[in-house]
Design a protein around this ligand. Structure first.
Ligand SMILES: Nc1ncnc2c1ncn2[C@@H]1O[C@H](COP(=O)(O)OP(=O)(O)OP(=O)(O)O)[C@@H](O)[C@H]1O
Length: 264
């Protein structure tokens, strides 16, 4: 690994994402290129159906790419074994995991699986990591509850806790604030920000809350029909990349305050 590639957390080159239908590849976006340094909070935004979830699933190796290259910490994603990958990146998807009968603590403990060996024996360090993940997401009071008893918003924080317990340098989250009330939305986004600025993690999350992304993210990836635009929020505003995300007769972007307004 070169010293330069050490600092690039994610490098995507000519990446085509999509699905196979009757053995035929169907791309859902134009070829994607971007490169992101470690320690950044990255917000991925774009209209419904543009391909954000498909991109996150492809970057995390849960879905096959159609073509192109994905490098994670300087190494091609396909070169990692699944265990190695689990020590590099954790993923929080929108679908709730099949975990109904587990307690919250048991589910969060699964985050330690890459480190616990085949018997799943938890060391003192593992337990400490689990305690920290629960407390950081304010889910300690829920630790003995069954997952099926939780509200959507509580469950959302628990799956984020599992990702924190996994303690990976990269964290990918698909719409992590969807079910959260205003307080927990702000809390989780501030937490993600802290993980990057204080712990040096690289956090990539998709969101429909573009205003919040503009306020908090170091880097944004704006997906539209032309492809992906990468830049700081300010740079993307200046380049007009938010202006045409939605039909302009309904929603207008105000570059002076970085907010969208509904047109009368
Ligand atoms: N399993 C699948 N097979 C075929 N096409 C799919 C599949 N899943 C999603 N798609 C299509 O891929 C495109 C991108 O979907 P994706 O879920 O990635 O978009 P998104 O940007 O995450 O949308 P949203 O904001 O609504 O969550 C859509 O046209 C969708 O219909």
């Amino acid at each position: 690994m070169t010293s330069e590639s050490k600092h690039i957390a994610i490098a995507v080159n000519d990446l085509s994402i999509g699905y196979f239908r009757r053995k035929k590849a169907l791309a859902v976006a134009k070829p994607i290129n971007f490169s992101i340094e470690s320690g950044n909070l990255i917000a991925l935004v774009g209209a419904n159906g543009i391909g954000k979830s498909t991109l996150l699933r492809t970057l995390s190796g849960m879905q096959a790419k159609l073509k192109g290259s994905i490098k994670i910490c300087g190494k091609e994603l396909s070169g990692y074994s699944s265990l190695e990958r689990a020590t590099q990146l954790s993923v929080v998807l929108t679908e709730a995991p099949a975990s109904g009968n587990l307690t919250v603590r048991e589910l969060v403990s699964l985050g330690r699986q890459p480190y616990t060996g085949s018997f799943g024996f938890l060391s003192e360090k593992d337990k400490e990591m689990i305690d920290n993940a629960l407390s950081t997401t304010e889910t300690t009071p829920l630790e003995n509850r069954k997952c099926y008893e939780l509200s959507d918003g509580q469950m959302q924080r628990v799956v984020i806790a599992r990702a924190l317990a996994q303690d990976t340098p990269l964290i990918f989250l698909d719409e992590p604030t969807t079910h959260l009330d205003l307080y927990h939305r702000a809390y989780i986004l501030k937490l993600l920000k802290r993980l990057t600025s204080e712990n040096g993690k690289t956090v990539l999350f998709s969101t429909h809350e573009i205003d919040l992304g503009i306020q908090l993210a170091d880097v944004m990836l704006v997906m539209d029909d032309l492809g992906i635009h990468q830049g700081s929020p300010q740079q993307l505003i200046e380049d007009g990349k938010f202006n045409n995300l939605f039909p302009e007769d309904t929603i207008e972007f105000d570059a002076s305050n970085g907010r969208f307004t509904i047109k009368n």
